[in-house]
Ligand binder design. Sequence first.
Ligand code: HSE
Length: 312
Amino acid sequence: MKDKFVTAFAPATVANVGCGFDIMGFALGGNGDKVTISGASGKRSKNILMTGPFGDLIPADRLKNTAGVAVDAYLEATGNTNLNLDIALEKNLPLGSGMGSSASSAAAAVFAANEFLGNQLSTRDLIPFAMEGERVACGTAHADNVAPSLLGGFLLIRSYSPLDIIKVKCPDDLYSAVVHPHIELKTSDARRILKREIPMQDVIRQSANSAAFMVGILTEDYDLIGRSVTDLLAEPKRNQLIPGFDAVRMAAFESGAIGFGISGSGPSVFALCRGEYKATTIAAKIKDAFLGYGLNSDSLVSGLNSPGTRLV
Ligand code: HSE
C-alpha cells in the first residue's frame, strides 16, 4: 500500500445551463484537474502537494482545499479515518472561472481515493463527498458541477434531499462553445448578490423553461432548446459582473447560437450550437466580442455527452 498510487482526471463542467440554476450541469471534453492518491507511511499529511499552472493559487491546507475535504469526507463515511492517504493535485483549471474548477479537484480526488481503496462505493455514491468540497469552496454544497464531473454527460438534479440525480442523453449534434474571459469571479460572491426572494411569476416562467428545455433535449427540438434556456434567477444579477455581457451575447446570437448563458457563476459564458463547426465559429466571435472590452479569453468547444472522471 505504501508504494501504491492512483491518478484520476475529472473534467471541467458547465453548471446551471441557463434555466437550471443549481439543478443542471454537463461535463466538458478537454481540460480538467488530476489528483494522485498514495499511501503515506506516517501520519496523514496536513497539506496537499500542489502542482500545475494554477497550483500556487489555492490553499494547500487539506481542510481548506476541495480535494482534501472531499477525500476526508469519504474516508470518514467509509470508516477509514485511520488511513493515511496523501493527495497530490495537478491544478489545471483556472479558479473562479465558472467552469467547475473546485468541483473538478474534488471529483478527481474522491474518485482516486475510492479506486485506491478497492472501489468501496459506486461513482454515483461519491457525489455527496465531492459536494462537501463545494461547501468549503463557496459555502453551498451544490451538485451541478460535481455530479456531471464525476458521472459525465448532462445531469439533472431533481432533489437535493434525498439526492436524486438523473442522467439525460443529449442530441449528438448539440455542442457548447464555452468562452472564459480572463477575470476571476468567486462563486461565493456571485451567490451573495442573488435575490433571496423570487417573484411568483418568475418562478412560474423558470419552471416552465426548465421543463421545456428538458423536452427540447429529449426530442432533439433545437428551437425549443433555444427558446427555453433563458435564466430569470441568476443571470439578471450576474450579467453585471461580466464586462461586455450584452455585446457578447449579441455576438453569439448574430453568429448563429441557438442559446446563450452564463457558465456556472461566471465569468465564462456558454453558447449552445448545432454542430461542432458552428460552435467553433461562434466561440471565435464571442472571443472577439470580449476583446472589444479589453479581455483576453480562451474557449472550449464540446459536445454535451462527454465522459466524466476516469483513471489516467
Ligand atoms: N449553481 C452554482 C451557482 C454553480 O450558480 O452558484 C457554480 O459553479
